[in-house]
Design a protein around this ligand. Structure first.
Ligand code: SF4
Length: 208
């Protein structure tokens, strides 16, 4: 496997993580490339709180297993909601998601700045359900305010990254979330299920 080189050849990277399934293959690839990730968990978008705690528990356990530093940022769900509520009816990949990415990556780069990280990146773009260009634009926008910090815009899906993500999720029997994360995405996923006469999502139930 080809080793990756982070911007500025940095060996220490702040990795914003949305969940364990999306993080597994990225962490593995960084380790194989002799890069030390620090997991930064800041996802105030996730509702209900039981789902938030379940996703966090899974990535905490995985970070411990891999002996990786884990940073737990605030669950300021109210502020997140106030920031995106004007876009409550937007579809996934629309303006609400753009703002959601901005909120999370602005917090990540701010932490990087205060804690001497030169490079940050995110797991947000690894899922095929996300608009990768939207994620990259958010990361670049966040980093523009900090001239000495670089957003690593690597496409973690390529060179078998997506496949490895699913392999690891099954191997680790990670918790499998059935919707993106916010209450609006849960609403829309359930509306779709209803239209297909499928059972509604049961939070906290399935694993890979
Ligand atoms: S659908 Fe996902 S990315 Fe979009 S606003 Fe909701 S949680 Fe954020």
């Amino acid at each position: 496997m080809k080793k990756l080189i982070a911007p500025q050849n940095e060996k220490r990277v702040l990795l914003h993580c949305c969940c364990a399934p999306c993080a597994g293959a990225i962490i593995e690839l960084m380790h194989l490339s002799d890069i030390k990730p620090t997991v930064f968990f800041y996802n105030p978008n996730i509702q209900p709180k039981g789902e938030y705690l379940r996703r966090k528990e899974e990535i905490v356990n995985y970070a411990q297993k891999k002996n990786i530093d884990f940073l737990d940022a605030d669950y300021d769900a109210f502020r997140w909601l106030k920031s995106v509520e004007e876009f409550s009816q937007e579809p996934e990949r629309g303006k609400r998601c753009e703002r959601c990415f901005d909120i999370r990556l602005e917090k990540t780069v701010s932490y990087a700045d205060q804690n001497n990280f030169k490079v940050f990146t995110t797991t947000l773009g690894v899922s095929r359900w996300k608009d990768l260009d939207q994620v990259i634009s958010s990361g670049m926008r966040a980093s523009m305010k900090y001239p000495n910090i670089f957003y690593w815009d690597y496409n973690w899906r390529k060179d078998g990254g997506s496949q490895r993500m699913y392999e690891l999720a099954k191997q680790e029997k990670f918790y499998k979330q059935e919707y993106c994360g916010c209450a609006f995405s849960l609403r829309d996923a359930n509306r779709f299920r209803q239209s297909q006469s499928q059972p509604l999502i049961e939070v906290g139930k399935n694993t890979y």
